[in-house]
Design a protein around this ligand. Sequence first.
Ligand SMILES: C[S@@+](CC[C@H](N)C(=O)[O-])C[C@H]1O[C@@H](n2cnc3c(N)ncnc32)[C@H](O)[C@@H]1O
Length: 359
Amino acid sequence: MAPETPLDSDRLRAMARTVFGAYSGAVTSAMIYLGDRLGLYRSLAETGAVNSEELAKRTGLSERWLREWLHQQGAAGVLAHEGGDRFSLSPEAGAVLADERHPAFGAGFFSHFPQTMAIAERLPEAFESGLGLPYDAFGAEGAVGVERGFAPWFRSLLVPVALPRIDGLVEGLEAGIQVADVGCGTGVAMIEMAKAFPKTDFHGYELSNHAIARGRANAAEAGADNVRFHHVREEPLPEDERFDFVTTFDCLHDMTDPASIVAGIRKAIAPAGRWLIADIKCHGSYEANVAENPMAAMMYGTSVMTCMSSALSEPGGAGLGTLGLHPALLEDMVHDAGFGKFQPIDFGHPVNAFYLVQP
Ligand SMILES: C[S@@+](CC[C@H](N)C(=O)[O-])C[C@H]1O[C@@H](n2cnc3c(N)ncnc32)[C@H](O)[C@@H]1O
């Protein structure tokens, strides 16, 4: 036993505040999930300041429950308290919580909050065995949460802002080329591109059955008949240099064997092809991640719940995790696979770093 040191009462209070501040964040997250799911933010965005009775009338929901929810959201600083029992959604809160097409929209990330938290029950076993869980462990709602979380950037900036920054790419896409999106999730990025470039064929490669099922439904709903989904285990990337453009959005760090996927992309890409990589901004050390990323605690936690877990979901998995694929490691990985050019591109994204890679 370590000798007992007397506790400093100020530091004890500060530590309790840190710990319960974390609990407060978790509870507020559950309330944000409810606000999104029940359409409360969208309703507040339309009405301006309301009290619980007015919100109940608009939404058909129970006044007493809404009153407690409004009080929680006011106390958490998500809604503004306008005096009396009235609360409002600021324009900025509206962009983050109500406007699904705004690039800053973030409420979508909360749509799989219950499934994400529920996974904690399965993690003690993972800590013992070392084996994590793939994305499909979160069920169909997990794929919805990833889609709604990432879609705002794809819908507002991928086609009009990012693609034109790559020399000659838009001309090629307009004329008709072959594109692969590896780790495509439910295909939002591909569908956005497919609608803009109907002469180009888009092939999504994915491991999650839930994501593929939803992606096929999304493509059908969008009328994007130039989009195909492939399960990577049944139909791996072809080794015939057929793709002119390859994308990997936020998925390499989730893979059990990213090096083999990178090698596969090298064999699938045309000699003059381009590969656009998006992955989480991070550094080679814990210290730099914590110093430079105000969301480092959330990111490391997300890694345990989701990203590292997925990357350890098979024996011998690389286990990179959310903040594990830093630029130097990625550059080595692409050069080892035989790619010649590796160039960062800054799209001003708050979370992701982007790279353009060529054979
Ligand atoms: C964070 S999600 C990103 C999905 C999508 N690119 C997006 O931006 O919405 C990571 C995805 O990588 C997929 N994934 C993990 N390992 C994979 C592999 N070996 N091959 C293909 N996809 C994989 C997961 O199933 C998951 O859908």
